[in-house]
Design a protein around this ligand. Structure first.
Ligand code: KG4
Ligand code: ZN
Length: 280
């Protein structure tokens, strides 16, 4: 399916930007991490386009592009603590420069967005899970249910988090519960877990800025909660730049191209990446 659609997607992207391929100076493509089938289609297509047009091509890591995304809209000075929350990753990172990262914490099981998706599926709330839970949560009482905060027995760092997925939250299902209350209570628990870790990491490193990025950074409760912290300057990408998007790939690609030049065309796609292991 990706192969069938990619031509039309590129054509639509160019026309939405009011641009032609001839006017494009360089190409950027996501090479990792993600679903390998779609990555392979994108990488092969981009290599073909680069060869056919003679334009330089850069391979971009999509998690790094998420963290870069708010820089496209605001001047953000280094260093800062980044909270990267997507459907596949949950990272607390000390960011000291474009490519100078120390991963201080990560999830020991499910990613934050994945927990939203699993809980939404479990309670038949809708898809995609994050948006569906947020919408329902607005009518619910976040104090109605006590979701247990998962244990961190397997943690390797004090900034790690855990979302033991559906099993952890199944306790809330029995009884004549109100789904909106469940959504609100889950959302509060899930977001507080990572926000508290980001704040603890910022204090421990003496950082005064916190940046949230990735699909879950679109969450209204998360944005309010962080923005209400008087101790920190907080930054979020606009909603369109939170969930996966090609603009952030091009944005980071621009800097990678200027710094390192085009990527050798022998690069491959990777579903996972080892580079996000913590350093401490
Ligand atoms: O970054 P992203 O678009 O894709 C990945 O790289 O995984 O993140 C997708 C995740 C999904 O799990 C989705 O449920 C979650 O972001 N998400 C949200 C919201 N919008 C998207 N989670 C909570 N609240 C939202 N408003
Ligand atoms: Zn993503």
């Amino acid at each position: 399916m990706h192969i069938e659609w990619i031509d039309a997607v590129v054509a639509r992207g160019l026309s939405a930007a009011g641009c032609t391929l001839a006017a494009v100076d360089a190409l950027a493509v996501t090479c990792r991490p993600g679903l390998i089938g779609s990555l392979l289609v994108g990488v092969s297509y981009a290599k073909g386009l680069a060869l056919a047009t003679g334009k330089p091509l850069v391979a971009v890591d999509h998690i790094r592009a998420h963290v870069y995304s708010p820089h496209m809209e605001r001047d953000i000075g280094y260093p800062y603590i980044a909270l990267l929350l997507s459907g596949g990753h949950t990272l607390v990172i000390d960011v000291q420069g474009l490519d100078r990262w120390e991963v201080l914490g990560a999830t020991v099981d499910d990613a934050c967005g994945e927990a939203f998706d699993k809980v939404a599926k479990h309670f038949d709330i809708g898809f995609p899970g994050g948006v569906a839970i947020q919408r329902l949560a607005e009518r619910g009482d976040p104090e109605a249910y006590r979701f247990p905060v998962p244990s961190l027995r397997n943690a390797r760092s004090r900034f790690d988090v855990s979302y033991s997925g559906r099993q952890q939250f199944r306790v809330a299902r029995s009884g004549p519960e109100r789904v909106a209350d469940i959504a609100a209570s889950f959302q509060k628990t899930a977001i507080d877990i990572v926000v508290n870790q980001a704040i603890a990491a910022a204090r421990s490193r003496g950082r005064h800025r916190i940046v949230a990025a990735g699909g879950v950074a679109a969450n209204r409760y998360l944005r309010h909660r962080l923005a209400a912290e008087p101790e920190f300057e907080t930054f979020f990408p606009s909603l369109a730049l939170c969930t996966d998007n090609a603009a952030m790939i091009a944005g980071l690609g621009y800097h990678v191209l200027h710094r390192d030049g085009p990527t050798e065309l022998s690069f491959g796609a990777a579903a996972r990446v080892a580079g996000f292991r913590r350093v401490s």
